[in-house]
Design a binder for this molecule. Structure first.
Ligand code: UD1
Ligand code: CA
Length: 525
């Protein structure tokens, strides 16, 4: 970031050029709408421009103008300001594009800034530095430049023997000596409004004389110099800031650089990132000190992680809120809220409206949607919770299903506090279970359960003795059963031999240990 000045003037306008097709992306999606850090390239450019509080903010679009219009109308809420859209019917060059923007604006005085919609890392601090330089030097035109050992493709900055900027020459129009110049035009400028309007009119009146037959904005800078106006340049020490996206490879490189910078800032703010090369955060993510991000973590949208929480490994969260000291392991989540000290995963799926109270648990292979799970309540294993409200301190047995959908409408299940439901329960919504109630294993809860009741729906177990030996004779199961019975008989007769007075209750066909009521069976841990 270049030096910023608190008294940099607000620009009269910022013009963001985005009319190009971006054919080298080889994508059906418009180039400037490809995203990095969870925001389209154009969004990065417009955010940086908006931070300068210009009187007018204009985006020039041509290709894909309807998608650009839709995107900008959504952005208005995000920025709480409006953006104008100027249409450039045909892409006749950068000078023509800026002329289209100026034609859509009233008469202006003061500085007008031009930036590109496909240069996403350029930050508002650098832009403010350019405005300050322009004002302090009293320039008519100030161009942001950078240097690369090989500036192939860019327009080169020409200076006279005193170092004053005289013109910009494009790659295709340059002599071999000019091509050796390392200082290049970033495409970002500040113009005094009158110099810009005058230059653009003269540009349009003269036939283009360059190799591409386009109206070059760069020529306005040359004209100003020839007219004896002050033209200056500000060197940007960090070429990444002015790097543009032209193809998918550059998109991935600039995305990785943005991510490195975002993670760098979070680490400086006290976040532990175990493997920055394998951790991704969007620009809208907020992380507190002592958050720990394990490898394979992707945090998207407006995800917020509170102090001391641990995320990952292998976790993707979008628009989630994670409370202090919570752990979220191998989880995929969208629009969920996880309370302080709560545990999620491994292998949990959090869908919109999942809310877990402090110190609660959403365990392994558990899916939660539109459900509020109270403080300290645990849903530990293999369960679907959809459209439900569960109170505090309850426990949902393993392998349970909240049957929220009757094929037509979604219905809600309400479970009170300190409820213990058995394993393999189905809650057929709409249904309510009162505080402190229990349910047996395998219960299908179709009717409301009053507080403190034990709900049981499974019939009593019936064992048909010898069924496998008769109906599956000769199978490994039958053989194993025969051996087990024989062993039991042998042990029985040897122990009865030493204790003849012991009486067997009901003979060998008795069902050993069958409880009269089903057990809770929700205690897998
Ligand atoms: C331009 C500059 C060059 C500079 C380079 C930096 C000119 C003549 N040249 O070259 O000095 O080094 O940018 O990247 O300005 N655009 C429109 N409408 C048009 C043409 C372009 O909106 O008619 C937009 C494009 O969408 C793009 C930007 O302007 O965002 C730059 O256009 P591009 O064609 O890439 O310019 P270059 O030839 O690379
Ligand atoms: Ca370009």
């Amino acid at each position: 970031m270049l030096e910023t000045s608190p008294d940099a003037p607000n620009p009269a306008a910022v013009v963001v050029l985005a009319a190009g097709e971006g054919r080298r992306m080889r994508s059906s999606k418009l180039k400037v709408l490809h995203e990095i850090g969870g925001r389209p390239l154009l969004g990065h450019a417009v955010h940086a421009a908006a931070a300068l509080a210009p009187e007018h903010l204009v985006v020039v679009a041509g290709h894909g103008r309807e998608t650009v219009r839709d995107y900008l109308s959504g952005l208005a809420t995000e920025l709480s300001r409006s953006t104008l859209l100027a249409i450039q019917e045909q892409q006749l060059g950068t000078g023509h594009a800026v002329a289209c923007a100026m034609d859509s604006l009233p008469a202006l005085t003061g500085p007008v800034m031009v930036t590109y919609g496909d240069v996403p890392l350029l930050d508002s601090g650098t832009l403010r530095g350019l405005l300050t330089e322009h004002a302090v030097a009293g320039n008519a035109v100030t161009v942001l430049t950078a240097e690369l050992p090989d500036a192939t493709g860019y327009g080169r900055i020409l200076r006279d023997q005193d170092g004053a900027v005289t013109a910009i020459v494009e790659q295709r129009d340059a002599t071999p000596e000019q091509l050796a110049i390392r200082e290049f035009n970033s495409g970002v400028y500040v113009f005094e409004a009158d110099v810009l309007r005058d230059g653009l009119t003269r540009l349009a009146d003269a036939a283009p004389s360059n190799a591409q037959g386009e109206l070059y904005l760069t020529d306005v800078l040359g004209m100003a110099h020839q007219d004896g106006r002050r033209v200056g340049a500000l060197r940007c020490p960090d070429p990444w800031l002015v790097a543009g996206v032209n193809d998918q490879l550059q998109l991935s490189q600039i995305r990785a650089e943005l991510n490195r910078r975002l993670l760098g800032a979070w680490m400086r703010a006290g976040v532990t990132v175990v493997d920055p090369s394998n951790t991704w955060v969007d620009v809208g993510v907020r992380l507190a000190p002592d958050v720990l991000l394990h490898p394979g973590t992707q945090l998207h949208g407006a995800t917020t992680v509170s102090e001391g929480a641990q995320i990952g490994p292998d976790t993707t969260l979008t628009d989630c809120w994670i409370g202090q000291g919570a752990t979220v392991v191998r989880t995929h989540g969208t629009g969920a809220e996880i309370g302080a000290g709560a545990n999620v995963g491994p292998f949990a799926y959090l869908r919109p409206g999942a809310r877990l109270g402090d110190h609660g648990k959403i365990g392994t292979f558990v899916e939660v949607k539109n459900a509020e799970i109270g403080r300290g309540t645990k849903v530990p294993h293999l369960t679907y919770v959809g459209d439900a409200t569960i109170g505090e301190g309850s426990n949902i047995g393993a392998s349970s299903v909240f049957v929220n959908y009757d094929g037509v409408t979604k219905n809600r299940t309400t479970i009170g506090s300190y409820v213990k439901t058995g394993s393999d329960n189905t809650f057929v919504a709409p249904v309510t279970i009162g505080d402190g109630a229990y349910s047996g294993a395998g219960t299908v809860v179709r009717n409301d359960v009053p507080p403190g009741a034990l709900a049981v729906s499974a019939g009593e177990q019936r064992n048909i003795e010898g069924w496998v030996m008769r109906r599956r004779a000769g199978t490994p199961s039958a053989l194993a059963a025969e051996q087990a019975i024989e062993k039991a008989n042998t042990e029985q007769s040897s122990s009865t031999a030493g204790a003849p007075e012991q009486v067997l209750s009901d003979g060998p066909s008795d069902t050993v240990g069958a409880p009269t009521a089903p057990r809770g069976g929700n205690d897998l841990g």
